[in-house]
Design a protein around this ligand. Structure first.
Ligand SMILES: O=C(O)CCC(=O)C(=O)O
Length: 241
């Protein structure tokens, strides 16, 4: 990942890379239109966010039924941008085959968690519409694996709209990541935000050192390790359309 070296967040253990303005405002708008025009059943409503899963949810045995991603998730993010970074070059399928679209309204978040063994240990996240702080917590062998909500995060990454964040290595395996369910992200300073030097518009936070949350959507690109090709049965299912 030599090409990414200038984007490496050096304050973090493992490998994490942040690239602001990875897509243009026009590309962002086009993708948002696609997400927002998806039929309602495409959304899964969770208690603190809603979610679209492309091309489909994994089976109980963490298997993806082979299907292409829709064009609007493929271009320009996978082709040509992620391809030119080469970040999935060592992944089993050399490209992401699965995307979660998470929508967080102000006040919503996601509990600290790890992404687990279903995926090649690299996540490429493109943020849309709003900024948000991703918190990283060192994994502790806690009883029952339950995360202590009072623990302060070890690291905080500020994700701006249109940015790309790549996390991999020990960040994938040794840390939990989460987003606090709050209305305002505070203490946005060079000392407290580990990717501050990489931000596209750090000045927009400097007056109040805070950010009042707007709806933010993330696209998390991953390579699912186990893929089942349905082959003839899919052809059979499609015959009636
Ligand atoms: O929205 C994000 O940036 C994080 C999403 C996430 O943690 C996940 O999909 O597992």
């Amino acid at each position: 990942m030599l090409i990414l070296d200038s984007a490496r967040i050096t304050d973090l253990p493992g490998n994490a890379f942040y690239i602001p303005n990875f897509i243009t405002p026009e590309e962002e708008e086009r993708i948002l239109n696609k997400i927002n025009s998806a039929p309602l059943p495409r959304w899964t409503q969770l208690s603190h966010r809603r979610l679209q899963t492309w091309p489909s949810a994994l089976t109980k045995s963490n298997t993806l039924l082979a299907a292409p991603l829709p064009d609007w998730l493929h271009e320009p993010i996978i082709h040509p941008r992620l391809e030119s970074l080469g970040c999935f070059a060592d992944a089993p399928h050399q490209a992401p085959n699965h995307v979660l679209v998470n929508e967080y309204r102000p006040g919503q978040g996601i509990m600290p968690h790890e992404d687990g063994p279903a995926y090649y240990p690299l996540v490429a996240t493109v943020s849309l519409a709003g900024s948000i702080v991703l918190d990283l917590y060192e994994k502790k062998e806690q009883e029952g694996g339950i995360h202590d909500q009072d623990t302060a995060p070890s690291f905080r990454i500020l994700q701006e709209p249109r940015s790309l964040l790549i996390t991999t290595g020990s960040l994938y395996s040794q840390y939990l990541h989460g987003i606090a369910d709050r209305l305002t992200d505070e203490n946005l300073t060079p000392e407290a935000i580990c990717n501050w030097d990489f931000l596209g518009e750090p000045e927009s936070y400097s007056a109040t050192r805070s950010y009042e949350r707007q709806t933010r959507i993330s696209l998390t690109y991953r390579d699912v390790l186990k893929v089942a090709k349905l082959g003839n049965s899919v052809k059979f299912l499609n015959r009636g359309r």
